[in-house]
Design a protein around this ligand. Structure first.
Ligand code: DGJ
Length: 731
C-alpha cells in the first residue's frame, strides 16, 4: 500500500492508500509537478488536521467513502442495512491496483477491461478493493484521471452476506479546499433550461435532487465551487457532474469541522435496490474537474475529454432542418417535399421528420406506442419522402419517443400492464401519456423489435430524434420502485439498437433539454438544448449547456421570426448568430419566406459551414463583461490562428456605451486582424458614427495581448442584436 500521485494535463490527484481503512484523497486540484517520493508522506502529514476540543481523540480524515466509523458526522457515503442490521461499516483496504502508464507515482498493475471502460486512452486508473466482513459487504472504488485531466469515481458495492442488503444511498464524494467559498449551479424548467444560481457556500449541505425519473430540465449539469468572485476567465474552481439519466443527487457540503466536499450519486427510493447474496450495485460515474482559470478552464477539460472519446461524433455535423415548428402534426407529403426543396436550397444537410408520422398520431393525445407508419396520412409510407430528401443529398432523420405510450393506443389497449405504475393505480397523465416499463422483458423486446423494424424497413434513416416528454411518477416495476431498472433498460435499448445499426446517429431530446447528461451522451450524438428557439433565451441556455458540452453536441436552430414559445420577434441576423455556435440547424417553416430572406439564410448556413471546423474543434471562451446587458463569447482554434466571437446586446444598458469587450483566448504574442465576416448583414445600431476601427472594411490589426487585456470598443447595438467578429492571425 502506498501514497499514489496521479498527474494528467494540469491536474494532480494524491491518494493516501496506506490503510488500514479506505484511501483518503489528500489533494485533487492543480498539478503539483513531479513530487519526489519522500515529499508524499510529508504532504499527507501537512494536511492532517489537529485534534481540537469536543471532538474525537485522533484527527478525523475524510476517505473515499465517508464513514461514521472513521469519525465522519456529515452525510454518509453509504446508507443501507440488512433487516435493520449491518447499518454501519468500517471498510478495510484489501488491494490497490494502480495503472499509470505514463508514470507520476504509485505502482503499475494490470486492470481488467471493465476498469478500462472509462477514462479513455492515456488515462491513469486506480482500483481500490476493500471489505467489511462483519457487515458482509465489499466495496470497489474505480478512479480514473483522463489524459485531459478529468477525474471519474465510481463505487461498486457487493453483498457478501447470505441475506439481502438494501442500498439506500451510495455517493462518491471528493474534498474541496477551504479557499472555495462560493457555489454556482444550474436550474431550469421547460423552455428555460440551465439558469445559473450562485451564492456563498454556507455551512451545511446544498443538495440538488432530481426526482423526475429523467435527468430533468432543472438538473445542474455542473455543481461548481470556487474562490470568491470566480468568473469565466478567472478564479480557481472545482466542479462535479453526476452522470445519470434517472433520479439523482448532486451535493456540496461544508462542515463546521472544516471539511468541504462535492459529490453525487443516484437517488434511490426505499426498496429500490435490494442486493441478493453476491449481487452488486454500481453508482453512476461522478465526473470531477478542476480549473485554475475559471469556468472556461472547466469547460476546456470537459470538452477536450469528450472530444477524445471513441464514441464522440466524427465528421462535420450536418446542418439540420427539423420540421416540428414548421408543420407540427400536419403531415402532408407534398408540403414536406416542398419544405425539403427549400431546405436543400439554403444548404441544409439533414432533414428531420418530427412527431406525427405514426398510427393515430394526429395530435398529442393518441398514438404513442404504435410505431407503424400511419397509412391514412402516409398511404405510400415514408419512403417517398426519404427518397426525395436523399435525392437532394440530405440525410433523413425521424422522431421517436420509445419509452412512452398514450392510453389511446393499440399498444396500451393490448398491454395495460406494460406501464410503470404503483400497484393498483396509474400515475397521473402528463401530455396524455404514460411510461412503458422497459424492465418488463416483453415490453422491452417489443420496443426493440419495432424500432429495429422501422429502421430496417426504410432505406436511409440515418438519425433518430429520441424524445421523452414526461417525468416518471410513481414509477413502479413489478410492485417495486422502478426508476433505476428503467434507466438501465433505456441505456441497454440504445446500446442494442446502435449495435444493430452502426452509423445511426441519435439525438437526446426530452421536452427540450430534460435529458442532458454524460451517461446518455455515451450512446447519443447530440442533445436538444431546449424547445425554446427564441435567440434571447437561447443565448443563456446555450452558454450554460456549453459549460459541460462542446458546441458540436448542442442542437442550436434558427427559429421563426416570431418565437413560438415566447412571442418575441427577432431579426434573422440575431437568430442566426446565436444559432451559429452549436450543431446548427433550422426550426422554421421556410417554405413561405421571401427570396431576400432565403438568400440571407443561405448565407448564414454557408458561413456556419465555413466556420464549422473551428466552431466544432476549438476552445470555447466566454467574456466576463461588467455590463449584464452584454453577452460575448467565442471559439478559438487550438493553434490560436483563427477565432470567432459573438457580442450580443440583451437589453438596453445603464451606460450609453457599455465599455470595451475583451477577446480572450488569443495568443498574446501574435497579431490579429479583427473584422465582421465579409458579406454578412450588419446588426441594427443606435449611433451616429461607428467606432473608428469598424468604419473601414479593413477592420483592425492588434496583438492578442491588447485584444485580451484592453479589448475593443464596439458599436452601439440595439437590444436583441448581435455582432459577429472573425479574428485571423496576421503573422
Ligand atoms: C418535444 C420536443 O422537445 C420537440 O422538439 C418536439 O419533438 C415535440 N416533443 C414533439 O412532440
Amino acid at each position: 500500500m502506498t501514497i499514489v500521485h496521479l498527474r494528467r494535463a494540469r491536474t494532480s490527484l494524491v491518494l493516501d492508500a496506506r490503510g488500514p481503512g479506505l484511501p483518503r484523497v489528500v489533494h485533487w486540484g492543480a498539478d503539483l509537478g513531479p513530487l519526489p517520493a519522500g515529499d508524499l508522506p510529508a504532504l499527507v502529514a501537512a494536511t492532517v488536521p489537529p485534534v481540537v476540543p469536543s471532538s474525537f481523540d485522533a484527527p478525523t480524515v475524510l476517505s473515499l467513502l465517508p464513514e461514521a466509523s472513521a469519525g465522519w458526522s456529515g452525510r454518509p457515503g453509504l446508507a443501507g442495512h440488512r433487516d435493520g442490521r449491518d447499518w454501519s461499516t468500517a471498510f478495510r483496504l484489501d488491494t490497490l491496483d494502480v495503472d499509470d502508464p505514463r508514470g507520476g507515482g504509485g505502482e503499475a498493475a494490470r486492470v481488467s477491461e471493465r476498469e478500462r471502460d472509462h477514462g479513455g486512452a492515456g488515462a491513469a486508473r486506480v482500483t481500490v478493493r476493500a471489505a467489511d466482513p462483519g457487515a458482509g459487504l465489499s466495496l470497489t472504488v474505480e478512479i480514473t484521471l483522463s489524459a485531459a485531466g478529468l477525474l471519474t469515481v465510481r463505487h461498486r458495492l457487493r453483498n457478501d452476506g447470505d441475506r439481502p442488503y438494501e442500498v439506500r444511498e451510495l455517493t462518491p464524494v471528493l474534498p474541496v479546499p477551504a479557499v472555495a467559498t462560493e457555489l454556482l449551479d444550474l436550474t431550469g424548467r421547460w423552455c428555460r433550461e440551465r439558469a445559473p444560481q450562485r451564492h456563498p457556500w454556507p455551512m451545511g449541505a446544498w443538495v440538488r435532487e432530481g426526482r423526475h425519473g429523467r435527468t430533468g430540465h432543472d438538473a445542474t449539469l455542473l455543481l461548481v465551487a470556487g474562490t470568491p468572485g470566480f468568473g469565466f476567465g478567472h478564479g480557481e474552481t472545482w466542479a462535479v457532474h453526476t452522470a445519470w439519466s434517472g433520479d439523482h443527487v448532486t451535493v456540496a457540503e461544508r462542515r463546521p469541522t472544516g471539511e468541504a466536499t462535492l459529490g453525487g450519486g443516484e437517488l434511490l427510493t426505499p426498496g429500490e435496490v435490494l442486493l441478493g447474496p453476491g449481487e452488486e450495485y454500481a453508482t453512476p460515474l461522478l465526473y470531477a474537474v478542476h480549473s485554475a482559470d475559471g469556468l472556461d478552464g472547466l469547460s476546456d477539460v470537459l470538452h477536450t475529454h469528450l472530444r477524445a472519446r471513441p464514441e464522440h461524433p466524427r465528421g462535420p455535423r450536418p446542418v439540420t432542418l427539423n420540421v416540428w415548428e414548421a408543420v407540427y402534426f400536419d403531415h402532408d407529403l407534398d408540403r414536406l417535399k416542398g419544405l425539403a426543396d427549400r431546405a436543400a436550397e439554403v444548404g441544409v444537410e439533414r432533414f428531420v421528420l418530427d412527431d406525427g408520422w405514426f398510427r393515430g398520431r394526429r395530435h398529442d393525445r393518441a398514438g404513442l406506442g404504435d410505431w407503424w407508419v400511419d397509412d391514412d396520412v402516409w398511404p405510400d409510407g415514408l419512403q417517398p419522402l426519404i427518397d426525395h430528401v436523399r435525392r437532394h443529398g440530405m440525410q433523413f432523420g425521424l422522431w421517436v419517443e420509445p419509452e412512452m405510450v398514450n392510453p389511446d393506443s393499440d399498444l396500451f389497449r393490448a398491454h395495460p400492464d406494460w406501464v410503470l405504475q404503483a400497484p393498483g393505480r396509474l400515475p397521473p397523465e402528463w401530455r396524455h401519456q404514460q411510461v412503458l416499463d422497459l424492465a418488463h422483458p416483453d415490453a422491452y423486446a417489443h420496443l426493440l423489435d419495432r424500432l429495429d423494424a422501422v429502421l430496417r424497413e426504410h432505406d436511409g434513416i440515418a438519425y433518430l430524434k429520441w424524445d421523452h416528454n414526461r417525468d416518471l411518477t410513481e414509477a413502479g416495476h413489478a410492485g417495486r420502485p422502478g426508476v433505476h431498472t428503467q434507466t438501465v433498460a433505456v441505456y441497454r435499448l440504445l446500446d442494442e439498437l446502435r449495435a444493430r445499426h452502426p452509423g445511426l446517429e441519435i439525438e437526446s431530446c426530452s421536452s427540450g433539454g430534460a435529458r442532458v447528461d454524460l451517461e446518455i451522451l455515451r450512446r447519443t450524438d447530440r442533445v436538444w438544448a431546449s424547445d425554446c428557439n427564441d435567440a434571447l433565451e437561447r443565448l443563456s441556455i446555450q452558454r450554460w449547456t456549453g459549460l459541460l458540452l462542446p458546441p458540436e453536441l448542442i442542437g442550436t436552430h434558427i427559429g421563426p421570426e416570431r418565437s413560438h414559445t415566447t412571442h418575441r420577434v427577432h431579426d434573422l441576423g440575431f437568430r442566426a448568430v446565436t444559432a451559429l455556435f452549436g450543431h446548427h440547424g433550422i426550426e422554421w417553416d421556410i417554405s413561405g419566406i421571401s427570396a431576400t430572406e432565403r438568400i440571407e439564410l443561405a448565407a448564414w448556413v454557408a458561413l456556419h459551414k465555413r466556420l464549422r471546423p473551428l466552431l466544432h474543434g476549438g476552445r470555447v471562451v466566454r467574456v466576463d463583461h461588467p455590463d449584464p446587458a452584454v453577452q460575448a463569447h467565442g471559439v478559438v482554434a487550438h493553434d490560436s490562428s483563427h477565432a470567432v466571437y459573438a457580442v450580443s446586446r440583451l437589453a438596453t444598458s445603464a451606460a450609453q456605451v457599455p465599455g470595451p469587450v475583451r477577446l480572450p483566448g488569443l495568443d498574446p504574442t501574435r497579431r490579429y486582424l479583427v473584422r465582421p465576416p465579409a458579406g454578412m448583414p450588419e446588426p441594427a445600431l443606435l449611433e451616429l458614427a461607428p467606432p473608428g476601427w469598424l468604419a473601414s472594411d479593413g477592420g483592425v490589426t492588434l496583438s492578442g495581448s491588447v485584444l485580451g487585456s484592453v479589448g475593443l470598443q464596439l458599436p452601439a447595438l440595439h437590444p436583441e442584436q448581435a455582432l459577429l467578429l472573425e479574428v485571423t492571425a496576421a503573422d
